[in-house]
Structures are given as structure tokens and as C-alpha cells.
Design a protein around this ligand. Structure first.
Ligand SMILES: Cc1cc2nc3c(=O)[nH]c(=O)nc-3n(C[C@H](O)[C@H](O)[C@H](O)COP(=O)(O)OP(=O)(O)OC[C@H]3O[C@@H](n4cnc5c(N)ncnc54)[C@H](O)[C@@H]3O)c2cc1C
Length: 331
């Protein structure tokens, strides 16, 4: 399924080359989108493939069909620590793609958490619902095997942005320049989406208990640009609780977290919608130790939060860093 944002493909050429170098990017989360945007601006032709039904990766939004309510069940808040992402956030704020929420210096995306990634990918060639199952390289370049359809093109360079363990599995044999992938570590997160007849009794947009099974509860209804409906919230379990209950069924997790929330607030909760989602690779706890990884001999690179830390900004900066490495190598 080609999901073209505005126009189907990058067509800009690079000076001195007969054709723009073709880069294939696996993953349309923030790292893949940042790499794609920076590469396109540098004159590369980019093709992005993601297994999800929509772009965004862990900047994810799920719509409940029955109630129509939307839940950002992955990342919640955008903050900038460095100048590049600060500039990007300023631009998004000016264009209404993010808006302040919860605390000074924090933004939520508008109308949902996928919006910034969609903006970066606007006008580029993006395929969603495409699971990359194999990657091979020969003298002509990189070839992709897909679960859903065949891809006949050969690409000059490959960018991987799936969480590090998944990227390692895809590559199969080790690539020396990507050895740092093995250092990456992640904590999991169980995320609970719930809608209730009346607002739950806590002050502000976000409840952060400080300890116990619940890391935070976010009021989806108070985020900027949301369309209303019943009060609805997303709860994130703590990393320790999520790890201890990682292999339990969603039903068991839903019941346990609902009980924990009721105990925390001192009230029985009767949800009108309840759903749990498991993020096996949620928050980076150990990084690859470099802004990006790149193997010039194989012309393959890796970008993601696994390179720099557990936040959207890290993924953005890592994608930009890898685009720079590729531009320097292939330019
Ligand atoms: C519950 C939770 C809460 C968070 N809260 C915050 C927060 O408040 N603020 C913050 O800054 N950060 C937060 N984060 C972290 C933030 O979401 C991540 O750091 C960032 O989104 C990672 O982006 P990425 O592009 O590196 O990876 P991802 O977003 O994981 O993107 C990787 C993409 O690769 C795709 N993919 C994987 N394998 C394949 C394959 N074989 N074929 C095709 N596609 C594939 C996936 O579908 C995915 O879209 C949170 C994360 C979670 C899970």
C-alpha cells in the first residue's frame, strides 16, 4: 500500500550524478522520518517501508471503532534539549502540528501523536503495511524481501530504524559498522487505554504517582486539538511492573492495572472502553554509544532512539546524523 503524502516521490537530482542515489529506509517512526526528510533535502531519492498500518512507530495513535475515541498509546510529550529539535518544534508549533500541554516546555502533537512524523514524510514515497522480512546485498546494491508484495528495485544504500533487536534479526549476518546494535537495551511498557463516564479525580493533565505499578496517567481529553467525547485516558505501567508482567495476557493486564488505578485514586472505576497494548521495546535503557551507526563498505546505517536515548528527540537527531553520514559518503 503506497501512502503518498501530497506527492508520490522525491525527484530531485544530485549534482554530478546521473541519477539521485536511491536510499531505502526500513521504519517510519521518528528516526526513519527524520532520515528521510534530511536525505530528501540533500537530493537523495528515498523509499520508506513500515510494517504498521500508519506511520509514527512508537509515536502511535489508536482509534477505538465503537466510541471513535483516539488514544496516543506510545509517546506522550515532546521536549527539546538541543537546538536542532528545538528549531523543529518551534516550526511545528507555528504551524499547529504541536501545541503546549501539561507543563512548561512540553508539547503534545495535534491532532494526534503521528502528526509530526506525517509532516516530515509529506511528499515522500512511503509504503505502510509492508513488513520487511529479509535484506540482501550484491554488487548492484540492497534488495528487500517483503511479507506482503515483491519489491524489484535495487537500492544504493540501506537505512534501518527498527528497534535494535529487530534490526539485528533483519540483517542476519553481522555488519562490522553496526556492531554497536548489540549494546542497545530497552525497558518494556504496558499501556492501558481507558474511557470513563466521568472525569477521574486527579488534578492537572498528567498523574505521576512516583512509585508502584503505574508510571503515569495521561488525560487524552485535555490535549490540544482533540475532538471531545467521553473522558479518556492512557495509563503507562512502570518499567518494573511491565517487565514482571510482560508475558501475561492483555485481559489480565487490563484487570490488574484497572485495580491499581482504582486503589490509587480511592474509587471504583467502571470503564466504558478498556484495552491494553504491550510495547516490548519501549524506552531505551542502554544506547549504542554513537549518534548513528554506519558501515561504509556495506552502505548500511542504523538510526533510532537506541543510539542516543529514550525520547523522540533522540530518534530525530539520530536520523539527521545518519543522513549526514550518508550524504558525506555518497555525495
Ligand atoms: C509507552 C511509551 C511512552 C513514551 N513516552 C515518550 C515521551 O513522552 N516522550 C518522548 O520523547 N519519548 C517517549 N517515548 C519514546 C519514543 O516514543 C521513542 O524514543 C521514539 O518514538 C523512537 O522512534 P524510532 O524511530 O527510533 O523507533 P520506532 O518509533 O519504534 O520506529 C521504528 C519503526 O520500524 C518499523 N519496523 C520494525 N520492524 C519492521 C520491519 N521488519 N519492516 C518494516 N517496518 C518495521 C516499526 O513499525 C516502527 O514504525 C515513549 C515510548 C513508549 C513506547
Amino acid at each position: 500500500m503506497l501512502q503518498a503524502y501530497d506527492k508520490p516521490a522525491v525527484s530531485c537530482g544530485r549534482q554530478g550524478l546521473a541519477r539521485p542515489a536511491q536510499v531505502v529506509i526500513v521504519g517510519a517512526g521518528m528516526a526513519g522520518a527524520s532520515a528521510a526528510r534530511h536525505l530528501a533535502e540533500a537530493g537523495f531519492a528515498v523509499s520508506v517501508f513500515d510494517k504498521g498500518r500508519q506511520v509514527g512507530g512508537r509515536m502511535a495513535t489508536r482509534r477505538d471503532r465503537e466510541t471513535g475515541l483516539r488514544f496516543d498509546h506510545g509517546a506522550q510529550l515532546l521536549r527539546a534539549h538541543g537546538p536542532a529539535f528545538r528549531d523543529r518544534l518551534d516550526d511545528w508549533r507555528a504551524r499547529g502540528i504541536v501545541a503546549p500541554w501539561d507543563a512548561p516546555g512540553a508539547d503534545a502533537a495535534v491532532p494526534d501523536m503521528t502528526a509530526p512524523v506525517r509532516d516530515l514524510l509529506a511528499g515522500l514515497e512511503v509504503h505502510v503495511g509492508r513488513t520487511v522480512t529479509g535484506l540482501t546485498r550484491d554488487a548492484a546494491g540492497w534488495r528487500l524481501a517483503l511479507a506482503e508484495a515483491s519489491e524489484v528495485r535495487v537500492f544504493d544504500a540501506l537505512v534501518l530504524t527498527a528497534p535494535a533487536p529487530q534490526a539485528e534479526r533483519l540483517l542476519g549476518s553481522a555488519v562490522p559498522g553496526l556492531a554497536g546494535l548489540a549494546q542497545a537495551a530497552y525497558a518494556p511498557c504496558w499501556s492501558l487505554m481507558l474511557a470513563v463516564p466521568q472525569e477521574l479525580p486527579f488534578a492537572g493533565d498528567v498523574l505521576r504517582p512516583g512509585d508502584g505499578p503505574i508510571a503515569a496517567v495521561f488525560r487524552e481529553s485535555t490535549k490540544p486539538g482533540r475532538s471531545g467525547g467521553a473522558p479518556h485516558l492512557t495509563l503507562h505501567a512502570s518499567p518494573d511492573w511491565s517487565a514482571a508482567h510482560l508475558e501475561e495476557t492483555p485481559e489480565a493486564v487490563q484487570a490488574a492495572l484497572l485495580a491499581a488505578l482504582g486503589a490509587l485514586l480511592g474509587t471504583a472505576i467502571a470503564p466504558i472502553h478498556l484495552r491494553a497494548h504491550r510495547w516490548r521495546y519501549a524506552l531505551v535503557t542502554g544506547t549504542c554509544g554513537a549518534p548513528c551507526l554506519y558501515d561504509p563498505a556495506a552502505r548500511v546505517g542504523y538510526a533510532g532512539d537506541a543510539c542516543l536515548g529514550p525520547r523522540v528527540e533522540a530518534a530525530y537527531d539520530s536520523g539527521a546524523a545518519l543522513a549526514g553520514r550518508l550524504a558525506a559518503d555518497l555525495g
